[in-house]
Write a protein that binds this ligand. Structure first.
Ligand code: GLC
Length: 784
């Protein structure tokens, strides 16, 4: 009988001499119902099922006892009251909501899930849920021939993850970031399956080291973790966008960042003195190159002690921050978690006397080597430590800092395992657990401590936080950059699918170090990378000690001019980008998207790695190799206008396009529109004029979008102070009609009107604004 037998489903076990023995969950013995949840007592463990919404179901298998519902740091949603239709036959239990249909065989216990149309989402066959004596939990799902996999957070390699195997274990990887380098700094144990144009998602809410294997078997995939419960959610979709809305409904969405954080950031490991920082800032001002942020890397500190400035090199940080703020530049200092072991250093003293550092069960503080030498690490799993750490940021906010950069928060330790001893026992807000269990949460909880501290101190201003490590839900606190890449063309190429998959994992505000961190950049690479950076949600040029400086002017005038042009372009696109950030904040949709997100029925987009979309109507097809000035571009359904030339391309075809160093192939769908402003100056970056560029169609194209704006710096938007315009554009042979079909919020921006600019209009076409034929008043008033 199955429940008495053990078998091997360990990925790769076919090749292994010693099979790993898993115990199957076995047959259902009993069903207990309680408060909207169903608990199946099976031969080898218990499985509980609860619907969170009509389209999200949570499944928890606990081999050792009662499934535990309330132990998660990633999920912020509560289960809603959902009506479930039940059906119990000799072989099956069926549970149905309006969107999901669960069918469970009783012997052995196997789950299949369908959407309301009967489309199969996930199913189990010979193998289902299982566990090992050593605590490992696993589940095996059927994989269909046309399944494509996306998400998994920050992963190297191509967009479509079919054929890959990934590990979730936050890891500091300085080098090499090859296609097979895994794991990296972020762990997002979540993915989306695209099958025949429809999508569904799975979020495996387990913080232990875990693996997703879409490689070993041709007909099934497995995900498993070293310990804990087999706790996962299935999201019904049916479109990729729905899956993301569902996933971010569970794990939360990004609060709107301040507008300045969406601008250009310049960094270096490190600008080592106040003079150097001022000099870099002055270069930007003198050259009139847009910049919003200068980062201070570890050299600003006294011996790498966090919450200090080196008195010789940074004698007057307050004046520095103020002067830069007056130039229109924010200062974002780095803060690492390691606190130097130094009995004369107040932060260390407080951590020890306040009992705030990570410790072993036996009571000894854990020490590890990082930049400052031997260091202790705050226990961010503990509310007391989080509060303390958050409060410590007054050190920065008191001198005018509004953003912080968290690094080394995997946590990174200079030892063989690259991290903290897994035997460290975290306080975990009253339910102590080992670092083995909570490792992947460390960076996110540092982010929580920091973000909440900053928010508290900034008195209504939005903080900005950048992080290297994170877990599912990190988007609630921080933007993510992709760590220590190199100044290689290959890394520029790899950053596209990586950032797209991060976006598909709920993290919209993300980007790589533009120009490459380690190794020497060069003019051509930096120029091409800046062209991409102008459109990646997070836009920061950063480079490492010991390698060439790579500020925009470092490689000569020829390159500087083009780099400047593209940083300016970023600022011209701000109204469009900000509207997309608002969508990320309200619905969880990425700013930078793979094409399949908008064209899920088009197979050509399923593994398209070298182009991406901004929102739903703009395709960016950058040049990603040296000396290349021609490239193939795939354009999906529709008609597309090349922005630089005005040339119209018919979709569903591949074209060879030409792009000299100063060109970035950029295509906008006919019949749609983008919002633009002018770049004015660093000192005053407020939008003086906002323009709606309509790319006229003539085939009855119908386009709707939401224009969003607010003060860009406060939380007043959460209380109604925003402007949201629901705009509809209809293009026919006779007319281009623009209608504001809805207006929400009570914010009135200083620019008071939106200029309308129709591109590619035919003589036969009238422009009709809000039902009236335009008679020279080519604008929409925001004050009427
Ligand atoms: C890590 C970071 C990098 C930073 C350096 C020094 O390598 O990833 O961005 O510059 O540490 O702080």
């Amino acid at each position: 009988m199955l429940e008495d037998s053990s078998f091997a489903i360990h990925p790769g076990s076919e090749q292994q001499s010693e099979a790993v023995v898993y115990r199957d969950i076995g047959a259902v013995k009993e069903l207990e119902k309680e408060n909207g949840s169903y608990q199946f007592v099976c031969a080898n463990g218990r499985v509980a099922i609860r619907f969170y919404t009509e389209s999200i179901v949570r499944i928890v298998m606990n081999p050792k006892g009662e499934p535990i519902w309330d132990k998660t740091r990633s999920v912020v949603a509560e289960a809603k009251q959902v009506n479930v239709e039940e059906n119990d036959t000799a072989e099956l239990y069926e549970l149905k909501t309006t969107e999901l249909h669960l069918s469970i065989t009783k012997s052995p216990f196997r789950i299949s899930l369908y959407d309301r149309t009967g489309r199969e989402l996930v199913s189990e066959a010979e193998h289902g849920m299982a566990w090992q004596e050593n605590g490992e939990v696993a589940v095996c799902k059927q994989m269909q021939e046309n399944d494509h996999f996306y998400g998994f957070g920050e992963k190297a390699g191509f967009l479509d993850k079919r054929g890959e195997m990934y590990e979730m274990w936050n890891m500091d990887v300085y080098a090499p970031h090859n296609p097979e380098t895994d794991p990296l700094y972020e762990s997002i144990p979540y993915f989306m399956t695209l099958r025949n144009g429809k999508a569904h998602g799975i979020f495996f809410d387990n913080t232990y080291r875990s693996w997703f294997d879409m490689r070993t078997f041709t007909d099934r995939y497995v995900y498993r973790a070293e310990g804990g419960q087999l706790d996962y959610y299935v999201m019904a979709g049916p479109d990729p966008k729905h899956v993301l809305e569902q996933y971010t409904y569970l794990t939360g969405r990004m609060p709107l960042p301040p507008k300045w954080a969406i601008g250009y950031h310049q960094s270096r490991y490190s600008y080592q003195t106040e003079e150097e920082v001022r000099d870099v800032a002055q270069h930007f001002i003198d050259r009139n190159i847009p910049i919003d942020v200068l980062h201070l890397d570890i050299h600003y500190m006294n011996g790498y002690r966090v919450f200090t400035f080196d008195e010789e090199r940074f004698p007057n940080p307050e004046k520095l921050v103020q002067d830069l703020n007056e130039m229109g530049i924010r200062v974002v200092p780095i803060v690492d978690p390691g606190v130097k072991k130094d009995p004369e250093y107040p932060t260390y003293q407080e951590g020890v006397t306040g009992d705030l550092f990570c410790k072993y069960l036996e009571g000894d503080i854990y020490f590890g080597d990082v930049w400052p030498g031997t260091s202790a690490f705050p226990d961010f799993t503990d509310e007391k430590a989080r509060k303390w750490w958050g409060e410590k940021h007054r050190f920065y906010t008191n001198i005018g800092v509004e953003g912080i950069w968290n690094d080394m928060n995997e946590p990174a330790v200079f030892n063989e395992t690259k991290t903290m001893d897994v035997q460290v026992m975290h306080r975990n807000d009253g339910s102590p657990a080992t670092h083995r269990e909570l490792h992947n949460l460390y960076g996110m909880l540092m982010g929580k401590a920091t973000y909440e501290g900053l928010k508290n101190q900034l008195k209504g201003k939005r903080p900005f936080l950048l992080t290297r490590a994170g877990f599912a839900g990190i988007q609630r606190y921080a933007a993510v950059w992709t760590g220590d890449n190199r100044s290689f063309w290959e890394h520029l190429q790899m950053s596209l699918p990586m950032v797209m998959n991060l976006g598909l994992s709920g993290i919209a505000f993300t980007g790589p170090d533009v120009g490459g961190f380690a190794h020497h950049s060069n003019g051509e690479l930096l120029t091409r990378w800046t062209q991409v950076g102008a459109f990646t949600p997070f836009f920061r040029n950063h480079s490492a000690i010991g390698f060439l400086y790579q500020e925009p002017w470092r490689f000569g005038e020829k390159y500087e001019a083009v780099i400047k042009e593209y940083i300016e372009m970023r600022y011209r696109w701000m109204p469009q980008l900000y509207s997309l950030f608002a969508k990320a904040s309200s619905r969880g949709l990425p700013v930078m998207r793979p094409l399949f997100m908008e064209f899920p029925d088009d197979e050509k987009t399923y593994n398209l790695n070298d182009q991406f979309m901004i929102g739903d109507n703009v395709i960016v097809a950058p040049i990603l190799a040296p000396a290349v000035v021609d490239r193939a571009v795939y354009l999906p359904e529709g008609e597309w206008i090349e922005v630089s030339s005005g040339k119209v391309y018919q979709g569903k075809s591949t074209y060879l396009v030409h792009a000299e160093l100063e060109d970035l192939p950029l295509f906008i769908k006919k019949g749609t529109t983008v919002m633009q402003t002018d770049w004015t100056s660093n000192k005053d970056k407020s939008w003086k004029r906002v323009r709606m560029d309509i790319y006229a169609g003539d085939k009855g194209e119908h386009y709707r979008f939401t224009y969003y704006d607010d003060d860009g710096e406060s939380f007043a938007y959460q209380h109604g102070s925003y402007l949201e315009l629901e705009v509809e554009v209809v293009s026919t042979e006779e007319a281009v009609k623009v209608d504001i079909v809805d207006r929400r919020g009570d914010y009135v921006p200083a620019y008071q009107q939106i200029d309308i600019h129709v591109i590619g209009r035919k003589d036969s076409q009238d422009v009709i604004l809000n039902g009236e034929k335009e008679n020279g008043n080519n604008y929409l008033s925001l004050t009427e």
